[in-house]
Design a binder for this molecule. Structure first.
Ligand code: GDP
Length: 140
């Protein structure tokens, strides 16, 4: 059983398509273990994306991620990390496979509707970033 951190990014919340994304999560059989609407500060967005600090898109990305409310979720299931990444599709909606969330709902490589942890180590950091008490919640 794995847990992963998902974010419905500010572009998707602003366009009121969060419900359609949640529906895809549920239909895929991923369990929503925790969920919260957050308005990140610039500093919180910078902390979350700290691994990308040196990338040219970092200022724009953290500006965007703090531009409006987002929904953070903990998803749980067998191979939840990879399953959620496959549901999202490639980072750039223009190259994402048909039927993926980013293909259907993303507007650009930056405003790509969703985030998902890419490995168990990053999932542990990212879940803890938003839900420090998650290990206390009973699974089941
Ligand atoms: P992910 O794991 O698919 O989300 O991709 P990355 O970890 O490489 O990048 C994190 C986020 O930064 C992406 O989801 C995009 O929102 C943004 N991003 C990635 N690459 C670019 C880029 O080349 N340009 C811009 N503007 N944003 C990017």
């Amino acid at each position: 059983m794995e847990r992963t951190l998902a974010i419905i990014k500010p572009d998707a919340v602003a366009r009121r398509i969060a419900g359609r994304i949640l529906q895809r999560i549920e239909e895929a059989g991923l369990q929503i273990r925790a969920m919260r609407l957050v308005r990140l500060s610039k500093v919180e967005a910078e902390g979350f994306y700290a691994v990308h600090r040196e990338r040219p898109f970092f200022p724009g990305l953290t500006e965007f991620m703090s531009s409006g409310p987002a929904i953070v979720l903990v998803l749980e299931g067998e191979e939840a990390i990879g399953r959620w990444r496959r549901l999202m599709g490639a980072t750039d909606p223009a190259t994402a496979d048909g039927g993926t969330i980013r293909k259907d709902f993303g507007s650009s490589i930056e405003r790509n509707a969703t985030h998902g942890s890419d490995a168990p180590e990053t999932a542990a950091f990212e879940v803890g970033y938003f839900f420090p008490g998650i290990e206390l919640a009973s699974a089941g």
